[in-house]
Ligand binder design. Sequence first.
Ligand code: FE2
Length: 426
Amino acid sequence: MSDYVVTDARTLAGDRVDIKIRDGAIAAVGPDVADPGSVPADRHFAADGRLVTPPLVEPHLHLDATGTAGDPRWNQSGTLAEGIDIWADYKEGIDADDIIERATRTVEWYAAHGVTRIRTHADATEPSLTTVKTLCALRDTVADLVDLQVVAFPQDGILTRERNERLFREAIEAGVDVVGAIPHNEHTREDGVASVQLACDLAEEHALPLDLHIDETDDPGSRFTEVLASEAIKRDIGDRTTASHATAMHSYDNAYAAKVVSLLAESGVSVVTNPPDNAVLQGSYDDYPRRRGHTRIDQLQTAGVTVGLGHDSVLDPWYHYGVGDPLDAAFILIHYAHMAGREDVATLWEMLTEANAAVVGADDYGLAAGTEGSLVVYEATDGFDALRRQAPRRLVLRDGEPIAETAPAETTLYRTDESRALDFSY
Ligand code: FE2
């Protein structure tokens, strides 16, 4: 493996640095630490002041359903429940080749956008478990682009029918990386609590982390996040446990929300918010005013809870849009969560990078000597500019090797007296 050199890049903190990569790891970061003459021309990228960040991380995705939007029908009501019904019809005829084709395409889109780690959920209530087995096998076939983690995700509930608990256990035995659950989709409050405890039991038994879809509803009576946080405290597993969505927290009264936020902080459980899906799914049963149905990012962060930022769906029955770009999710969050302030820029990037990396348990992560030789250079001057323009990823480097490059689009503006190239920088 040979050296790779990036010169004159701008970090999120605003520092202009060179980055020298040797044997797949960062050897040095700082002003004038790299000599472009020491490497062949195709091993040098002159960033010329463009933004550089560590690689992006997708902490919450559904690769078994990706690319199925509109098949067999579109989600007309916009509800989570209709999405689950449509997916139930689709997965009846699902086969491995179909999943591989759709999932691989989405993984490639992610890689092109600078993502080198993806945590995907796999439906563990699909009776043949083709979903789980195929996504587990996909880990190897996409390993040159991304590290893929597979969550055993019991979409239709674990205790809702007898066979689902058996399938859930089989899915975990099949070699998944993470244990999931969906307590708000169980039939009763009691079954929801039992499903959280069962997921925790199995995670401990198999020494696996947990990532639960939890309280993804506008029902303020949905109170399973407190159960997960409590179990995490008692079992001391908070640092490898994630509460995904937790949108009911939006609708809790403030006194109860304060209790849950405090419990999460004490437990060490991280939260992942998924703005593309929850921006369109939540509030679907409301008249006006229509709730946004978002988890309480600011309160959680103030309390010290790690909050990751996921996309959740790309082209599926729950969210019809998407190109596999975490900056799309961030752009939605800016508007949806009132995070358009200038000081929110740093928070958004912290969520996209360090927080997401913490959720998936990434080690060797960062942009410093000794960390992995992976990074992203953007067609942007700084973090604000990259979010504003959802800037093309000029270079995606993984372990010192380029995995994607994007040339920026060229626009020509025609006016009556002139035509000229137009750019959108400021
Ligand atoms: Fe999800």
